[in-house]
Structure formats: C-alpha cells, structure tokens
Design a binder for this molecule. Structure first.
Ligand code: NAD
Ligand code: TYD
Length: 360
C-alpha cells in the first residue's frame, strides 16, 4: 500500500486533495496528514476519515525538524505532497516574517527530512519516492492587462511577501533537484475556489458577506484579473503530475478562466439570487448595492494568467469544471455548511476582519 505524507491537509486545498484521493483510491492508499492547525487549518474538513484505518492526523509544525524526521522514521513514506504554507497575501503584507518561517524554512525542513529518509549510500534515491511541492502562479509576478501568459519558462518576479516566500521555497526545491537529483516536481497553480475555502479569500468572503447583507469590499478599481480554477481540478492535476509527469519538471496549472474581481462579485450576486428560494429572507439582502470600493491592496498584482499547455500536452490534464458550474457547486456547499462558516468566522476571524477592513 502506497503511503502519502500530506502537509497542510487541514487547509482548503489540502483537505480537498485528501477527499479527492480517498474518493479515487479508497483503501488502496494510506494518508498521513501533518498540519499545525493554524487559523487556516480545520479538522472538521476531514471528520469523515477520522475513523479510517488508512488515515492518520498528526498535529505538528513543518518547521519542527524532530517531529518531521520522526514521521519519516516511523513510516515508510512513498509520496510527499507539500501544501502547508501561510497563504494569504493581505496577511503577508501585515506580517511577512511568519511567511518566511513557514514557507521557506518549513519547506527546507521537509526537503531535508525527505532527502535523509530516501537517500541511498551512493547518493541516489530509493526507487519510486516522490516529493510534490504545491506552489502558485504568483511567483511569476504581475502581467499587464493585455500582456500574455505565465509559462513554466517565465522568469520569477514575485512582488508580495507571500509570493516572494513561495518563490524562495520553489528555488529550494529546484536546488535540491539540481544538486542532489532529489526526486521532485513543482506545480504552479492559479487561484482556486470551492468548498472549505477560508473566508478571508475573495470568493468565500463575498458569499458570506452577501448572505448577511454586509458590504462587499472591492480593492482599487476592481479590475484586477485572476485565473480561477475549481479546487477539485487542482487536486486531480497534482495527482496526475505525481503519477504521470516527468520527474524534476515544473507544471503550470490553470483553466483559462480569467475574470476581473468585479465580474466575479457580480456573478456571485446573480447566482446567489437565482439559487436562494423566494421565501428565504436573505434573498432581499443580496444586491449589487452592497458593492463597496475600498483602498487598494499595497503592491496589488494586476493580472495573473496561466498557460496550461505543458500539462495538457504531456499529461492530458484539462479542467473539468467550468466556472458557472463550479461557483454553483461552491455556493451550494456554503448553503449546506452554514455551521462550518459560523465556526470559522467566530473568534479570531472577527478580530482580523475588523482590523483589515476597519469594520466596513
Ligand atoms: P490554507 O491557508 O487554506 O491552508 C494552509 C494549511 O497549512 C492549514 O491547514 C494550516 O494549518 C497549515 N499550516 C500553516 N502553517 C503550518 C506549519 N508551520 N506547519 C504545518 N502546517 C501548517 O492554504 P491553501 O489555500 O489550501 O493553499 C495550500 C497550498 O497551495 C499553499 O502552499 C499555497 O501556496 C498553494 N496555492 C494556493 C492557491 C489558492 O488559490 N488558495 C493557489 C495556488 C497554490
Ligand atoms: P485573494 O482571494 O486574496 O487571492 P490572491 O490575492 O492570492 O489572488 O484575492 C483575489 C483578488 O480579489 C485580488 O485581486 C484581491 C481582490 N480582493 C478584493 O477586491 N477584496 C477582498 O476583500 C479580497 C479578500 C480580495
């Protein structure tokens, strides 16, 4: 039975990936989920697997060398899928240091421990072991409105503390591949959306605020462009790259679904109004009148757009969920999981929101 070590599996993409992998492989695989359970980690996301014999959760920080090397010593790990990171640009602008610590130092610890566990006396690596580093398109910087696409060959030009820390972690992975021939891949994916996304990010924040009749904060002129991918398509891409991709390669992942933020917000409002039943009191609250332009994000990247040609040609990956369907599935999930949203927006989140948006 193949054993996966997943870091950050209690977060948004990591938990969707674990759901995807158990749906696909069932009892044929074992998953060990290592997560520090920061504000972004939530074991509720994985409660259906708690009693499974082939699933283990371990609360640990990826910067903790002893804890991570113990996981490798006590288990025969075949695959590492490394999601754990600080992931929110606005938080990185307020507090960059934790991004360097988790994203850079944490990745160094993961690489070192995997290398120590998998390396043979002659410097080669045990057959079949693989490390996948989950990264972002933000490492490539910002595109002009009509300025082309990000390819795997596009030079790195990160502009926020978040993307700079992810770029550094990518460079470390590349250095391990070049120096030691360490068996790894990197994926650089565009913006994800879907179930379990923490409501500090645009799409769940807008859904949550709209349903409460709260203002919908739009940074700057609202015309910054992101390339949105349904999270399940990302999970599938990660699995396909690890199983079918060429080792040592980077693959860009994206769905050619570029939209301005203001378009996204208007689609969410329209879809919520279509999906809410006539007699639901929230229906009267959801309206474009809630849209509120606020101060722009510092250094706000204008546009991201992925060229997914390589992953399509080499591996045959294509996104399956078009945006109109993905946003409906996401909204439906939030309708059915009100308690989840209430849980994650209590306590610390309220403090963050009040400071970040000055209680707009
Ligand atoms: P998230 O913030 O929802 O989840 C991050 C998870 O990592 C949480 O469970 C958190 O508890 C855990 N974590 C944080 N610090 C840790 C530490 N020191 N030790 C152990 N665990 C720790 O993030 P996400 O949106 O799911 O992103 C996952 C990965 O995918 C990140 O590496 C991110 O850079 C990358 N990515 C995200 C997107 C996106 O749109 N969200 C797009 C492309 C790539
Ligand atoms: P976000 O979801 O934070 O992802 P990223 O910054 O990593 O792309 O933001 C997506 C876009 O939405 C980005 O251009 C910033 C913008 N945005 C708003 O306009 N208002 C908001 O309240 C948030 C959270 C984001």
């Amino acid at each position: 039975m193949r054993t996966y070590l997943v870091t950050g599996g209690a977060g948004f993409i990591g938990s969707n990936y674990i759901h995807y992998m158990f749906r696909k492989y069932g009892s044929q695989i074992r998953i060990i989920n290592v997560d520090a359970l920061t504000y972004a980690g939530n074991l509720e996301n994985l409660k259906e697997f708690e009693s499974w014999e082939n699933y283990t959760f371990l609360k640990a920080d990826i910067c903790d060398k002893e804890a991570i090397s113990a996981v490798f010593a006590e288990n025969e790990i075949d695959r590492v899928v490394h999601f754990a990171a600080e992931s929110h640009v606005d938080r990185s602008i307020r507090n960059p240091e934790i991004f360097v610590q988790t994203n850079v130092l944490g990745t160094a610890v993961m690489l070192n421990c995997a290398k120590a566990a998998w390396e043979l006396p002659d410097g080669s690596f045990q057959e079949g072991k693989k490390f996948l580093h989950v990264s972002t398109d933000e490492v490539y910087g910002s595109l002009e409105e009509d300025g082309g696409y990000f390819y795997e060959t596009t030079p790195y030009a990160p502009r926020s503390p978040y993307s700079a820390s992810k770029a550094s972690s990518d460079m470390l992975v590349k250095a391990y591949m070049d120096t030691y021939h360490f068996p790894a891949n990197i994926t650089n994916c565009s913006n994800n959306y879907g179930p379990y996304q923490f409501p500090e990010k645009l799409i769940p924040l807008i859904i949550n605020n709209a349903l409460q009749g709260k203002k919908l904060p739009v940074y700057g002129d609202g015309r910054n462009v992101r390339d949105w991918l349904y999270v399940e398509d990302h999970a599938k891409a990660i699995d396909m790259v690890q199983e079918q991709g060429r080792l040592f390669e980077t693959y860009n992942v994206g769905g050619h679904n570029e939209k301005q933020n203001i378009e996204i917000i208007k689609i969410i409002i329209k879809t919520l109004r279509e999906m809410l039943p006539e007699d639901d009191p929230r229906k009267a609250l959801v309206s474009e009148d809630l849209i509120t332009y606020v101060e722009d994000r510092k250094g706000h990247d204008r546009r991201y757009a992925i060229a997914p040609d390589k992953i399509r040609k080499e591996i045959g990956w294509e996104p399956e969920t078009m945006f109109e369907e993905g946003i409906r599935r996401t909204i439906q999930w939030f309708f059915e999981n009100e308690a989840w949203m209430k849980n994650v927006t209590s306590g610390d989140y309220q403090k963050y929101y009040a400071e970040m948006y000055k209680d707009e």
